[in-house]
Design a protein around this ligand. Sequence first.
Ligand code: GUN
Length: 283
Amino acid sequence: MAQILDGKALAAEIREGLGREASALAQNGITPGLAVVLVGQNPASQVYVRMKRKACAKAGIAAIDHDLPAETSEDTLLQLIDQLNADPKIHGILVQLPLPKQIDEARVIERIDPAKDVDGFHPVNVGLLATGKPCFVSCTPAGIMELIDLAGIDIVGKRAVVLGRSNIVGKPVAALLLARHATVTICHSRTEDLAGEIARADIVVAAIGQPEFVKGSWIKPGATVIDVGINRLDDGRLVGDVEFDAAAERADAITPVPGGVGPMTIAMLLKNTVEAAKRTTVR
Ligand code: GUN
């Protein structure tokens, strides 16, 4: 039976440490401030934003809420970003995605000051990551690396297969694994012989948003399996992108859903925000 990588416990530990750092900063007159911008009423986004705001409060980070109506114009949102960029009390800016269709997401992301881009979505941060330079790394990929390190496995020279090529997860996690000297393959919906690719992987990162798509029988014995999926089934059950029970029989380490990658994402957001606040002290 595989080691279960407990993201919930690791995230709690990280958040405690960040809480101590935040209070030390506050004693020096700098309370880390995160602007949390939600446009419209996407139910999933509302849940995520509520969790992020709650986690900030617990860690002593000031979450400054901006809830805008669904019909907000792109210009209005860009003006808000300009204002947040200029505000010294705001160290991080988070614009929850997706945005309503009248707003061009890329234009909004590009307007955020890269030094306040705690989501790591700005092309400057993406470019720094791709070239192996220090930057804000998007939160889910950063959390995945922490979980892999928790498993205590050596990444150097290992075969890693990333399933999914999104800008938020697949591409950045591939860049991070490559930076740690893994041999990285990115697979997606058009990949031929997906089962064969996964069967060769020492590390599998599944991020395609399809319930139990990765079969346990595909997993190489001894592999590390990171499941980024959160899928709600018709019967109400929450499952990942991997067949958990069958995969856990073959893997050495595996993340559960829920309680694996999810909690780590929020912990990394707080970490990036504290880091952004710290940087203002050394300017
Ligand atoms: N939508 C889905 N995931 C994310 C995320 O990590 N950050 C933001 N801002 N929006 C998201």
